[in-house]
Design a protein around this ligand. Sequence first.
Ligand code: BGC
Length: 517
Amino acid sequence: MACAAYAHAIIKNAGGRGFVYNSMKRSGWYENTVFYEIYVPSFCDGDGDGTGDLKGVISRIPYLRQLGISGIWLTPFYPSPRVDNGYDIRDYRNVDPAFGTLADFDMLLRKAHQAGIRVIIDMVLNHTSDLHPWFQESRRSAHSPYRDYYLWEKEIPCNWESFFDGSAWEYDDTAGMYYYHAFSRNQVCLNWSSPQVRRECADILRFWLDRGVDGFRLDVINFLKTDRGAFHADNPVENGVTRHVYDKNQKGIYEAIREISRVVHAYPGKYLLGEIGEDDLCLIKSYVGDGLLDSAFQFNLGSMEKLDAAFMADQMRRMEAEGVYPTLFFSSHDMRRHFNRLCGKDRTKAELLAVFLLTAKGIPFLYQGEEIPMEDVPVESLRDLKDIQGRYGYDKKLAEGESEEAAFLYARERSRDYSRGMVEWEREGDRDSLARAYRKLLDIRKRHLSLSMGEYGEIRQQDGLLYYQRIWEKEKIGVYLCFDGHSPELPHTDVLYEVMDGNGRTRGIMRYEQEIG
Ligand code: BGC
């Protein structure tokens, strides 16, 4: 029985159907913000130990300000054994010494705010590290007040698999029982039926809100285990692949998210972004709105497998038809970098995608270093395989009797190490760097509200050329993007931005089309 690897599953499931709604009402500052994802372990090394840290982030705030982004998403920086690079939290109210101190965090927040940059932080409420004191207490005794914080069973109750690979049930010698983990066995799922767990999580959110964060990115939030009864249903297995049906979107999930939303929105102006691992449009939509999430990630465009103007136009139209205000991104720490995946390392294509990201309708999330542009780091040997999802796959294949080579090839496909290499800041000033293009585009976006606030006018595509209009009050801007290498005749009047390829041919134009009325 096989289980699709986690990121892979999201990407595949997206298959052109994943939309994310931001409710029809558009009123929050975040809808006008361009976010930049900072994967803390590999963004910038501030103390010379070779890995990223908060001092490194602080040192780059002037750069980010100059780039023109207005929000940061900080991935987990909390104390953690870092089995899953911080998505396994041991202490929710502190900073991992490898990344700095709480004082560094406060300084980061202050400096970012002074630079006009808002900060949202990743919050992992679905699971804790197995080294979290709650879990250590929970396993020790059936009478522990913490026993009920996690999901213990005497026998394995169902066939559920981890999103990383292998069974989701792990036997614990100390407890003499099995516990449930949706990801690695070191990321133990919390029991969201427990009022005490909910209170603890609310307090954690308040801790960071009181420090002044501008919101949260809630990790895998529709995976919360809110219904113990669900354990009695096996997930369907089709062609050897488990479909995750009963282990997410459980009964009680909306009430749990409402509770979180009440806590967060009791602080005015805070942003609640949720990662919804889903491909069903209506389901995703159902998590967003008043009293729920402010927005959620969509994977339909971000995870497309090749640059395809027809596909993009189709997605844009469908989002329009459904009244979607999406999040836009093409790279993240969970997927391969789009410079490799979609652009085949073609700088012109990367620039065209930057234009799209910053002119299409939605909330852009740039991934650290895409503006340089950073490339995927190769995973060529077992030594390079650091990601837990890859390592899990390797162990699983060996246990199934596969050769080391076959196990490595399987694991390499699943590994998320590719996009997690240290950002090569020394390349920022290179002739080929895209940073100047991003800066200019961000500047144009700031000066032309139609690019952030505007509705779509026409959306068209033909022979690899994508064309769309953004309209706001009296302003109409047209964007032409030619992804497939040919250079059609494009109008060259009132040009706001032009993308030229290495042969001096125009491949993209953003132009001021007309004043209405
Ligand atoms: C994060 C992954 C992580 C997983 C489990 C995802 O949303 O983006 O990096 O492995 O959650 O916490």
